[in-house]
Design a binder for this molecule. Structure first.
Ligand code: KG4
Ligand code: ZN
Length: 371
């Protein structure tokens, strides 16, 4: 089954053609991010206007690269939430029109569900050699039950999953998402948006042991996360050390490696909290056969390494390509395929598009619909 996946929930416009939920025949990602580098965030109306201009060329390019026409596509999967409403509507409306004109079924996909499925994607590029960090083996099918840590700019969730659409949400962030913690920390250090990759780069030359941050929720028996306290600690640290972002946003002032040491210590603190929750989850759900880390923050090398060291003896997977960590249409096509396999009643063009949407009720709703 060949699915066209469309993702426009934030500043990206992405379309991909994926076969049987796994083989990526094309994945095109256009981003208006550079327009917002110096603003420190996204202007939703501007992002949606850009998406309206780029959506059709991006879809055409993904079909051409995959060597397929709309007539040969079996279904269209599209993100219907959560995200920026204007952006979501561009993707959902385009998908609806294509589905009507070409008489194709349409599968609404929750954005987080897409991230959860990103582990199943196989790159059409040559696969990394067996045993390479982040991959169990090239094309080995992931095994349920499993625990997934889903970490992006909009959410930070821990899942225990028994199938693609089945499972329970074990914990979520009570305040900032992990990606948000990176972005806000980066902004305090005067780094450009999005801050995660920039902060990771700065941290590479730093001493991560130099500054100690508290481990959030250390004494609480919960699988929730709390990241905003780390950002506040960083703010006070920068104030006490008198390190300030430069007025033009070109980077904070501060002697020698100080900024790199601060960035490395802050990154370590975020990763330590995420891995601490993951370890706690595995103690409770000890029948989990593997662990997945997905979402934009799963691109972070320090997080991958720390998780690998902590989770000895259990297979750890991250998306096979960094392109599949951050938002992309391939993960939506993949999720669409697996949801359709498990819940055939999911297709239909009457779905709602919503800026706010929890995944757990969506999954529960699917099961009740199907009896
Ligand atoms: O999944 P994603 O593309 O979009 C959302 O669904 O939010 O995630 C974007 C987030 C941003 O906050 C970005 O700073 C973060 O992922 N991110 C990273 C890295 N690459 C992206 N955070 C830490 N290290 C990275 N290498
Ligand atoms: Zn995302």
């Amino acid at each position: 089954m060949v699915i066209l996946g469309i993702e426009t929930s934030c500043d990206e416009t992405s379309a991909a053609v994926v076969e049987d939920g796994r083989l990526v025949r094309s994945c095109i990602i256009a981003s208006s991010r550079t327009d917002f580098t110096n603003i420190g965030g996204i202007i939703p109306e501007e992002a949606a206007r850009k998406q309206l201009e780029t959506i059709l060329p991006v879809i055409e390019e993904s079909l051409a690269k995959a060597g397929i026409t709309m007539e040969k596509i079996d279904a269209i999967a599209v993100t219907n939430g959560p995200g920026l409403l204007g952006s979501l509507l561009v993707g959902a409306t385009t998908a609806r029109v294509l589905a009507t004109v070409f008489k194709k079924p349409i599968i609404p996909v929750h954005h987080t569900m897409g991230h959860l499925s990103s582990i199943w994607l196989l790159s059409s590029d040559p696969l990394p050699p067996p045993g390479r960090e982040g991959r169990v083996r090239g094309d080995e099918e992931p095994q349920f039950p499993l625990v997934t840590l889903s970490v992006s700019g909009g959410h930070t969730d821990l899942w225990y999953r028994t199938s693609h659409a089945g499972g329970v949400l074990l914990g979520s962030t009570r305040d900032d998402a992990a990606g948000e913690a990176f972005d806000k920390g980066a902004s305090l250090l005067g780094l450009p948006y999005p801050g995660g990759p920039a902060l990771e780069k700065l941290a590479r030359g730093g001493d991560e042991e130099r500054f100690k941050f508290p481990l959030p929720l250390k004494k609480e028996d919960t699988l929730d996360f709390s990241l905003s306290g780390l950002k506040t600690s960083l703010k006070y640290l920068l104030r006490d050390l008198r390190v300030f972002p430069s007025p033009r946003g070109g980077g904070a002032r501060g002697g020698g490696n100080l900024r790199a040491d601060i960035a490395a210590s802050y990154q370590l603190a975020i990763c330590a909290h995420l891995v601490d929750r993951l370890e706690r989850a595995l103690k409770r759900y000890d029948d989990a056969r593997e662990v997945h880390i997905v979402g934009g923050v799963s691109a972070n090398e320090r997080l991958r390494l720390m998780a690998k060291e902590a989770l000895k003896g259990i297979a750890l997977r991250t998306p096979v390509s960094l392109r599949y960590c951050t938002d992309n249409g391939a993960m939506i096509a993949s999720a669409g395929f697996f949801l359709l396999t498990e819940q055939p009643a999911i297709t239909g063009s009457t779905f709602t598009t919503s800026a706010r949407m929890e995944l757990q009720p969506v999954l529960e709703g699917l099961y009740s619909q199907c009896g």
